[in-house]
Write a new protein. Structure first.
Ligand SMILES: Cc1cc2nc3c(=O)[nH]c(=O)nc-3n(C[C@H](O)[C@H](O)[C@H](O)COP(=O)(O)OP(=O)(O)OC[C@H]3O[C@@H](n4cnc5c(N)ncnc54)[C@H](O)[C@@H]3O)c2cc1C
Lengths: 762, 278
């Protein structure tokens, strides 16, 4: 049972659960030293001097400071404005200032004492409010129709301000790299990463090496969630600089504390909404302002902001829309990629705004969404005409049916009214308050705008001497399961058995640059290429056999089975030498997008979802406990339903953690919750039951764009729906308005005292 | 690192007298998380887990004695504790998670002296006595006097915490425990409260209330106790207890919670517990 829609065991599973899998920190190279990083204690300071006293450093430790860089002081991403080491200034707490390497990890830590740095502290910008008046890192806008006229005409204008906080990835494996130089000056870097070619480009750019001189290999990746999209490039550079300085391989691995202190987080965001609505609850105008805290350097903020803009109107119809979006600069560590990439923040805001509108109009949360949700053939504010797989309404209707949303909400309201009528509800026991909430969400699959068109990602397939097909991609399996899904796709597309196909390890010396493992693009874009290239290589083997096909690993003529595909492939390989094919991704011609006006088809397709969450809130402590989540997600086609549902369960839980527990507090630009004892993520006891129901639009013909077998990207989708649903459920349970997350008990208390209600401040 | 594993309490006390830098260790669940630097400084340790005098749960004439090296798992599973001191069972069930309960000890919780230690308000409410051993022999300290300041205890240098004694509570005693943590498990308390009290002839005849994470040490809520002793149980009494408790503590804002919230939760939890006194 390996076909599309079956759920075969994942090939990496046993090694991971048995402890046999080797992660970066399990590896050691002969003669390897260990690195450590000296970090700024200041949010903003001038660096007057850096001195290194070799006599204080143990065991011949070596150091690297900014003066030792052989090339430009920038980590190459979209631009190279992110310094490898702080130059004359430091712009956030934890910014790397200097590096050391020593024979052991402990010696490297101790060697940090040999530095004396003189800082001159400067004023720091530490909040969105303070940053708002200053020039942004990046800004964008989109206009559709005439918002001012539509607002003036509207029956009601509703305003709202919604905030979300930092979120730390907490991948199980912290970031780490090993760099080593060969005698001929070639550099090899091993590490935990999502994007081997990003790392390679950063290394060649900063070290002045040619592509062939830099080899990057991804080791087993213990989770990423976006936290291993851009950051590994910086660590790889640090490890390489140290390896260069000491003439040995160097391992640089962060412990959890260091990883939290200095790696990127989800952008804290403030969204201001001004919405015109008709009396019967239809959206007439959306005026949206998005402020994201980019931290000290742009890193990926421009593209996060872009995705945020393109999801800020939610899965709703509205012709008159104005969006202004800015990524602001603060003196905190750069915020960057995190599952959802800007969409969860703005979808929280639009969903909360929809709830507020419903409250003002006396509609229930289901009704306001039913009246406004997009359907096939509708236009998004960007002008994109939505395809036949547009499933906002099917998701909404299915989740409402499965959870009896309306009836359940009425039951809970009746129970609340009964308690209130009976007098002091507290006296009648400590039973928790129950509440129910609902959200509707969507996620653009694949790179935003013209990203895929510019990259034209290649995937290669070749015949091995034993007649198997080897497929080469740069994708890493960080736990999401592409090592299980890719063979399914290749086998199904080629008519082969799973054992007829094998996949190369992500190693830049071997595999082509099929792009980064991000943006929910792996199954949909790269998987699509795998299907095409495998089928093309199969056809190459069938050349000269007209009328023949391959099924279940056998070449068949109209008369029946002829021979095993592998035998024919082996013969061809033996006679011909290497047989290899490379195909590149080509987005559909109709998908055009104008990057200046933000009009057009920003994504080839969208995945859709609707969540219902039931919570209980402790009347004495205001602690919120999510009891049950029902998630209905439309994913085009689930290649591997178990892994697909697993993505949705995990993403939903990550969203609940962000919504309820995970609060990064800052003091003078320093994260106070800089360890797992204080940065609190959900444990299994905090996890509700999560029922996942997959809808598959491929059954109805899908849309004009099809990933392999109709699959859409799914990895980020579930991050979008949990937070607004749980916020609505808390309001439903308590009557306390929830304009921000995390909705900790401390904040619920403060909001209650400040008169926050579901309709706004009383 | 050198680890000494003495076989008797006397031997352990002698080692400590000989080497003041020796660090006594039990389950190590507090020590191991103090960070790499602290661990590197701690180069000689004295393992207490093998000392028979620090182990076991046994009945004595006044009540029950629990060895300092008894783990929370052992406490959780003790039928004797569950029967007589259900508040302690409840606390043991909510310390960390199972892994921490398997290693962490009651004595370690006391000696570590965090104001958030979950067992500490229970021991205060149950009027425990702590038995210490040092070069000069054994001595007893009332639980009220054991925590002398922020992370400070009555343990003198060279002393080991040996046993904890819980007296039989008066007949009809109601016990309660409530931990308000940051999440459902593996959570340090934002507020933790324990109560032991009994009602006679329609009046509260005895009451001990204690709380953690609301001051520099775990504290008895003496004003709240005084405000309701002799009153008839019920909503008015419960609300008075909650209000008084919230006024008599000095919580702070920190990385886990706010002073405002701690007062609020303490008031509500005390009120709820006193409502349960019948
Ligand atoms: C993940 C995690 C979760 C936790 N959750 C909780 C929680 O929910 N609630 C809670 O209260 N605590 C919690 N803790 C803290 C810790 O588990 C408890 O305080 C535990 O009781 C400590 O016992 P131990 O035996 O491990 O102490 P150790 O770490 O061995 O020692 C702690 C301190 O006490 C001293 N000491 C230990 N025993 C003696 C003795 N007999 N005589 C003299 N000195 C002694 C040691 O020298 C040391 O200073 C948690 C810890 C971790 C790591």
């Amino acid at each position: 049972m390996n076909g599309i829609g079956a759920s075969p065991p994942r090939p990496d599973g046993f090694a991971k659960v048995s402890g046999a899998a080797r992660y970066l920190d399990d590896l050691s190279l002969p003669g390897m030293w260990h690195g450590a990083t000296l970090r700024s204690p200041h949010a903003h300071a001038r660096i007057r001097s850096i001195a290194w006293d070799a006599a204080l450093a143990p065991d011949g430790a070596v150091c690297v400071t900014v003066g030792d860089l052989p090339g430009p002081n920038g980590v190459q991403l979209i631009d190279d404005g992110w310094p490898i080491l702080a130059g004359a200034f430091t712009h956030h707490v934890g910014e790397p200032v200097a590096l050391v390497a020593a024979p052991t990890r402990l010696a490297a830590q101790q060697a940090l004492q040999a530095f004396t740095v003189t800082y001159e502290p400067l004023d720091a910008v530490l909040s969105l409010e303070a940053a708002e008046a200053l020039p942004p890192l990046y800004q964008l806008g989109m206009d559709s129709g005439d918002v001012d006229a539509a607002l003036a005409r509207a029956d009601l204008v509703v305003e709202g301000e919604y905030r979300t906080g930092h979120q730390e990835h907490i991948y199980i494996e912290c970031n780490g790299m090993i760099a080593s130089y060969a005698e001929d000056g070639a550099l090899t870097v091993l590490g935990s990463m999502q994007c081997p070619y990003y790392v390679q480009k950063a290394l060649t750019h900063a070290l002045g090496l040619a592509d062939e001189q830099v080899r990057v290999r991804a080791t087993t990746v213990g989770g990423g969630f976006g936290g291993k999209e851009d950051f590994p490039s910086a660590i790889a550079l640090h490890a390489a600089l140290l390896a260069r300085a000491c003439g040995r391989p160097v391992k640089l691995v962060y412990d959890r504390h260091e990883d939290i202190v200095c790696t990127s987080k989800r952008h804290p965001t403030l969204v201001r909404h001004r919405t015109g609505v008709t009396r019967d609850g239809r959206l007439a105008a959306l005026d949206i302002e998005i402020l994201m805290d980019g931290g000290a350097y742009t890193t990926l903020s421009s593209v996060v902001l872009s995705r945020a803009l393109l999801h800020s109107f939610g899965p709703y119809r509205c012709a008159d829309v104005r969006i202004r979006a800015r990524a602001l600069r603060t003196h905190t560590a750069p915020n960057s990629a995190f599952r959802g990439f800007g969409a969860p923040q703005v979808e929280f805001a639009i969903e909360r705004q929809m709830d507020r509108i419903a409250h003002r109009l006396g509609l229930d949360p289901l009704e306001i969404r039913l009246r406004n949700a997009v359907a096939p053939g509708d236009r998004l504010p960007t002008g994109q005409i939505l395809d036949a797989g547009t499933s906002a309404l099917p998701c909404l209707e299915e989740v409402a049916r499965r959870t009896r949303f309306r009836e359940r909400r009425q039951e809970l309201e009746a129970a609340r009214a009964r308690r209130a009528a009976e007098g002091d509800e507290d006296q009648n026991g400590a039973e928790p308050r129950r509440g129910i909430g609902l959200s509707l969400y969507f996620h653009g699959a694949g790179f935003t705008g013209n990203g895929e068109r510019m990259m034209k990602s290649p995937v290669t397939a070749r015949l091995l001497p034993d007649g198997r097909i080897e497929v080469l991609t740069a994708m890493t399996d960080m736990g999401q399961g592409c090592s299980a899904v890719f063979p399914q796709i290749a086998a199904a597309a080629g008519g082969l058995l799973p054992e007829d196909v094998t996949f190369a390890e992500p190693d830049t010396a071997e595999v082509p640059d099929s792009g980064p493992t991000v943006a929910s693009r792996t199954t949909m874009i790269v998987g699509g290429l795998i299907a095409r290239v495998t089928a093309a290589l199969r056809d190459r083997v069938l050349e000269g056999l007209p009328g023949h096909t391959v099924r279940d690993g056998w070449i068949e003529s109209p008369a029946g089975r002829v021979e095993r595909f592998r035998d024919a492939a082996r013969r061809l390989r033996a006679e011909h030498g290497p047989v290899e094919l490379t195909l590149r991704h080509e987005p559909p011609a109709w998908q055009t997008f104008d990057e200046t006006t933000y009009r057009g088809a920003a994504y080839p397709t969208y995945a859709w979802g609707a969540d219902v969450v039931e919570v209980e809130v402790d009347p004495d402590t205001l602690a919120v406990r999510p009891l049950q989540v029902t998630a209905v997600c439309e994913v085009g086609r689930a290649i591997h339903p178990t892994l697909c549902a697993g993505q949705i369960e995990g993403g939903t839980l990550q969203a609940l953690g962000w919504a309820l527990l995970e609060e990064m507090k800052l003091e003078d630009g320093r994260y106070l919750n800089d360890r797992l004892a204080t940065y609190v993520i959900p444990t299994i006891l905090d996890s509700p039951r999560i029922d996942v129901h997959l809808l598959e639009s491929h059954r109805d013909g899908g849309g004009p764009f099809g990933g392999p077998f109709g699959a859409k990207g799914v990895g980020e989708l579930p991050m979008d729906g949990g937070a607004p649903a749980v916020a609505q459920a808390i309001e439903n349970a308590t009557g306390i308005g929830v304009p921000a997350i995390p909705a900790t008990p401390e904040r619920l208390l403060a909001w209650q005292r400040a008169g926050q209600t579901p309709g706004g401040v009383r | 690192m050198i680890a000494l594993s003495p076989r008797s309490l006397d031997e352990a006390v002698r080692h400590l007298a000989d080497d003041p830098a020796l660090v006594p260790v039990a389950g190590c669940t507090d020590l191991m998380v103090r960070g790499p630097e602290a661990l590197h400084r701690m180069d000689r340790v004295l393992d207490l887990l093998g000392l028979p005098e620090l182990r076991g749960i046994c009945a004595v004439s006044e009540g029950l004695e629990i060895g300092a090296a008894t783990t929370f798992t052992e406490i959780r599973h003790s039928a004797a504790i569950r029967a007589a001191f259900p508040a302690l069972t409840a606390a043991a069930e909510q310390v960390g998670g199972w892994q921490i309960q398997n290693r962490g000890t009651l004595g370690g919780n006391l000696a570590n002296a965090s104001p958030a230690g979950d067992s500490l308000p229970v021991l205060l409410a149950l009027d425990a006595t702590v038995i210490l051993a040092g070069p000069a022999g054994q001595r007893e300290v009332r639980m009220d006097g054991f925590h002398t300041g922020y992370r400070k205890t009555a343990l003198a240098p060279g002393e080991i915490l040996v046993r904890i004694r819980l007296p039989h509570p008066p007949a009809g005693t109601v016990q309660a425990f409530r931990k308000v943590g940051t999440r459902e498990a593996q959570a340090i308390s934002k507020v933790v409260v324990a109560l032991a009290g009994h009602v006679e002839g329609g009046r509260i005849a005895g009451i001990r209330l204690a709380a953690g994470s609301v001051a520099a040490t775990p504290v008895r809520l003496r004003a709240a106790e005084a405000a309701i002793l002799g009153s008839s149980p019920g909503l008015v009494t419960a609300e008075r207890a909650g209000r008084t408790a919230a006024r008599e503590v000095q919580p702070i804002d920190d990385v886990r919670s706010t002073a405002d919230y701690r007062r609020f939760a303490l008031e509500r939890v005390v009120r709820r517990m006193v409502l349960g006194l019948t």
